[in-house]
Design a protein around this ligand. Sequence first.
Ligand SMILES: NC(=O)c1ccc[n+]([C@@H]2O[C@H](COP(=O)([O-])OP(=O)(O)OC[C@H]3O[C@@H](n4cnc5c(N)ncnc54)[C@H](OP(=O)(O)O)[C@@H]3O)[C@@H](O)[C@H]2O)c1
Length: 264
Amino acid sequence: MKRYALITGASAGIGEEFAQQLAKKGWNLVLIARREEKLKELSQQLGRDFGIDIRIYTADLSDQSIPVKLFNYCQDKELDVAMLVNNAGYGVPGDFEKNNWKTHNDSLQVMLNSLVELCHLFYPQMLTNKYGRIINVASLAGFAPPTAGHTLYGATKSFVIRFSHSLHLEGKGKGIHVTALCPGFTYTEFHDANGTRKMVSKLPKFMWMSSKDVVSQGIDAVEKNKPFKVNGKINRVIAALSSAMPDWIARGLFAGKANKYRKR
Ligand SMILES: NC(=O)c1ccc[n+]([C@@H]2O[C@H](COP(=O)([O-])OP(=O)(O)OC[C@H]3O[C@@H](n4cnc5c(N)ncnc54)[C@H](OP(=O)(O)O)[C@@H]3O)[C@@H](O)[C@H]2O)c1
């Protein structure tokens, strides 16, 4: 069986950059997203440039049947998924009650349930092979204090960080490395997709990172078996202060600032 890295949300941003950097390192790829054309273009370019094998799997991860179907697809094609990059995600702007339940439920399915289920499906094979790499893309928001609006996003990412840390501990000594990657503001389609581009473009340039840096640091972190990686010095300071400060101070400091950049 040939080794593959499976990347969700590979049609844009951080996921697409994972595809580029892992292809360069010689990984064969399974790429997942909804936009088939984007995946096809990417797959052609990567095949041409790096001569690797690439499978594209067009799917909407808000459909709860997808993780098992995707796993069965990899089994049928005898693809040994030795690296799993759970990256697909997006923000749901606005106050909690202003979005209907399907919108919230879909976001939980994409960023939480499917992420956990994919780990659960692919982990046993990694255990058998005594080799596995799992990168779960969380966010600085998972460390930062809660804010009003985008209600489920930070909570979901906190879950991803803690879940990944537990799995990281379980994988120790078994050849399985698990890392939660926690970027701050990163130049991708993320803020176009959730309609907050205008607001976040007011943020100073030093707050932003390229997906290239975020991804190379993520790959380095999983190789070193770090339980989590917060990208960028400023973001690391924010994460450390958020954890070290008494909750009431952190919440007070953060909530006011964050409101300026959140769509209500
Ligand atoms: N950019 C930031 O500032 C930032 C900061 C912290 C964390 N993050 C996290 O980084 C991850 C990647 O985001 P990004 O910044 O690269 O955003 P992006 O450029 O908008 O890319 C998001 C990716 O997720 C895929 N996706 C979204 N909904 C999906 C669904 N229902 N089913 C399957 N795929 C879906 C999209 O593909 P299709 O549209 O083709 O389906 C796309 O490939 C997310 O988990 C996000 O929370 C981003």
